[in-house]
Design a protein around this ligand. Structure first.
Ligand code: FAD
Length: 413
């Protein structure tokens, strides 16, 4: 049986970054990826905070060099539209230190770029290999049973397993770690379009989040790329979608009900089929065990509204790797205190804002006309991904601060 220091399940952003960092530290690391790259994935709008982890993983120079040719769009903020109210947050004008710009990426090309950059640093990646079983997690090493595309099964062992399998959720399923999310079942219908937008108010350097004209818990993303195409999607509770309609009709029916967005997209043409994803929010009982840890979406996934998924995935990788290295050196790191709790703190910040987005409190703040600049910078920092910066009062006490701010915004307006 082949043995590795670490086996990583999945070569998405979390897996590639963790793999690159472990390879940099001289470890023998294998990543098992069931698909072949490039492959489509959703999650195209990055947050500036994630650039710090891409830099640590030695990936930013490849990203900067290839961004233009791959159609990646420079991004410096988020714009919001509700009926005729428009507002925007500039991430370069934010409270927390760190990068203020990033990219909107086509994930097929982005994930391949990261995986190739990790492979150059020494990560072995086997594509077309699916992890099926995991054993011996109580002993010194874990054993994975995998199958390749010829359906032949074989076993591999490792001192540590990092599960970065995203929505595949390999170890949560195999080890019975799944917990239901506390969010309702929501659905997304999405596609790529050639947007043909000529409206000068549309800023291609920002993601545009539009609220449905009459259903405030339904919203659209419009993520422009640099080649004139864009990612377009609608999100809402499952019951907001008509099961008798196709995904395409559901998407465009919601858009037609939202005149400002319909006008913006009047000349848009489809680039690919509309796809549907339902019930993507997920949670787990624990993010770690004897010789494994869960990264990114294999752990908890909240909601797409603030584009936090890839940032959480990369942050989880950067936090887990030093602990894996210590454990491989015979140390016994406290995974709960040093990984799970601090990671979940930032996730909980996002959770507060996601909850408040859907119940309308955060929309009241975002669309208020008289927000103070200092407070806008604090909110901007969170929207830029800096949800772990305890110096930001809206991170330290998100619920209380948000409620007070909302009252102020309502009073002022
Ligand atoms: P993934 O990117 O999902 O990668 C996991 C990899 O594991 C895949 O390549 C898969 O093939 C592989 N795998 C799975 N099972 C197995 C197995 N058994 N064996 C081997 N390999 C396996 N995030 C953002 O940051 N910005 C956004 O704008 C955004 N929009 C979103 C919109 C929607 C509708 C949804 C649902 C999510 C969105 N997200 C967004 C979240 C984002 O998609 C994820 O958070 C992100 O891709 C997680 O990265 P990851 O590395 O954890 O997993």
């Amino acid at each position: 049986m082949e043995h590795f220091d670490v086996i990583i399940i999945g070569a998405g952003p979390a897996g590639s970054c963790a793999g690159a960092m472990l390879a940099q530290a001289g470890k023998r690391v294998l990543c098992l990826e069931k698909q072949h790259f490039p492959r489509f994935s959703i999650g195209e709008s990055l947050l500036p905070h994630c650039m710090e982890f891409l830099t640590a993983a030695g990936m930013t120079s490849a990203l900067q060099q290839q961004a233009e040719s791959l159609g990646f769009q420079f991004k410096n903020g988020a714009a919001f539209l509700k009926n005729d109210i428009r507002t925007a947050f500039d991430f370069t004008d934010k409270f927390s230190p760190g990068p203020g710009t990033t990219f909107q990426v086509k994930r097929a090309a982005f994930d391949k770029l990261l995986a190739d950059a990790a492979a150059e640093q020494g990560l072995q990646i086997r594509y077309g290999v699916t992890v099926q079983h995991c054993d011996h997690l109580q002993a010194q090493q874990a054993v994975l049973t995998v199958s390749d595309e010829n359906n032949s099964q074989y076993q591999l062992s490792a001192g540590f397993i990092l599960d970065a399998s995203g929505f595949g959720r390999v170890l949560p399923r195999l080890l019975d770690l799944e917990l239901p999310s506390d969010f309702p079942v929501r659905q997304a219908c999405f596609c790529h379009i050639r947007d043909n937008i000529s409206d000068g108010r549309f800023d291609r350097n920002k993601i545009l989040i539009t609220v449905h004209s009459s259903l405030s818990d339904v919203w659209f993303w419009l993520i422009p790329f640099s080649d004139g195409t864009a990612s377009l999607g609608v999100v809402g509770k499952q019951q907001r979608f008509d099961s008798a309609l196709s995904a395409t009709d559901n998407l465009w029916q919601h858009i037609r009900q939202t005149p400002e967005l319909a006008e913006l997209l009047a000349q848009a043409t489809p680039v690919n089929e509309v796809q549907t994803l339902t019930g993507y929010s997920a949670n787990v009982r624990t993010l770690h065990g004897n010789n494994f840890a869960l990264l990114g979406n294999a752990g908890e996934f909240l909601d797409p509204v603030f584009s936090s998924g890839v940032t959480i995935a990369l942050r989880s990788a950067a936090m887990a790797v030093p602990l894996v290295l210590r454990q491989l050196n015979g140390d016994t790191p406290d995974w709960e205190a040093q990984y799970s709790k601090p990671l979940r703190k930032g996730i909980d910040t996002f959770r507060t804002f996601v909850t408040a987005w859907y119940d309308g409190r955060f929309q009241d703040v975002i669309f208020s006309e008289k927000r103070q600049a200092k407070i806008t910078a604090m909110i901007s920092a969170i929207l830029a991904g800096y949800a772990w910066d305890q110096a930001n009062p809206y991170v330290a006490e998100p619920e209380r601060r948000l409620n007070v701010l909302r009252e102020l915004c309502l009073d002022v307006d």
